[in-house]
Design a protein around this ligand. Structure first.
Ligand code: DGL
Length: 261
């Protein structure tokens, strides 16, 4: 099967890694909309329009069978529009509030996401539905998204800047014992987050998404190897060239510019 993963940047690779290692026998393409990065600071209608434009085009062009919106910021608003337009399954990634509520002992959960995701009605519904008896401390941070992108371009990560960004949770008088990584960029910074908040349980959506994708695909025989997929960006600048190195390590041998308007 042909699977397409979508994000504003490199964050979707954290989801891709989980899906690919659980389901190796497929062809994976990856598209990131770096011309409109960061999505967490874009108006909602722009994010919905960009998702529809890029994904609809690639679904036809690359004969895609299943799409993963590997971005919480996009999934919390664009899923209905995408599902209306496409006749294939569209899997979204949303903050892992439910598993966090099952894990927390002190009933305090930190939700680390983009400034957009923390304030979406979708996120409030998840909290009301699954973590009603917990105190959920929401922290919207773009700094970590930027640092994750830097890391994937091969630059040094500014751990001091991450520490400042995490301060409202880390220095809280009664800190959470469980932290939801509600942005797909954040699992790329797990080590750095752990070094600042040691002992906290980090919860992300990767494994659950891999399970969901598996449930939607026909069973593959062992030993089937998938074909190599392609990576697409929407701005081929020097950072994108730097990121093509890491994309190769993830198995995307070439990075193409997708120019649509
Ligand atoms: N990776 C994204 C998410 O899961 C979006 C980051 C951004 O572009 O602001 O929310």
């Amino acid at each position: 099967m042909n699977i397409l993963l979508f994000d504003s940047g490199m964050g979707g690779l954290s989801i891709y890694q989980e899906v690919r290692s659980a389901l190796p026998g497929h062809r994976y393409d990856y598209v990131f909309d770096n011309a409109f990065f960061p999505y967490g600071e874009q108006p909602e209608h722009i994010v919905v329009a960009r998702c529809c434009l890029l994904i609809e085009h690639l679904v036809t062009e690359r004969q895609i069978n299943l799409v993963v919106i590997a971005c919480n910021t996009a999934s919390t608003i664009a899923l209905p529009a995408l599902r209306d337009r496409l006749s294939i399954p569209v899997v979204g990634v949303v903050p892992a509030i439910k598993p966090a509520a099952a894990l927390t002992r002190n009933r305090r959960i930190g939700l680390l996401a983009t400034p957009a995701t923390v304030q979406r009605p979708y996120t409030s519904q998840l909290i009301a539905q699954f973590a009603n008896d917990c105190q959920v401390m929401r922290l919207g941070v773009t700094e970590l998204v930027v640092q994750a992108e830097r890391k994937m371009a091969g630059y040094d990560v500014d751990v001091a800047a991450i520490k400042v960004a995490l301060e409202p949770l880390a220095a809280h008088i009664t800190p959470p014992d469980t932290l939801v990584l509600g942005c797909t960029h954040f699992p790329l910074l797990k080590e750095e987050i752990h070094s600042i908040m040691p002992g906290i349980q980090l919860v992300d959506s990767g494994a659950a998404i891999a399970k969901r994708v598996a449930s939607l695909l026909p069973h593959k025989k062992d030993g089937d190897t998938g074909m190599e997929g392609l990576a697409y960006c929407t701005l081929l600048d020097s950072d994108a060239h730097k990121k093509s190195r890491i994309l190769k390590e993830y198995g995307f041998l070439t990075l193409h510019l997708l120019e649509l308007s």
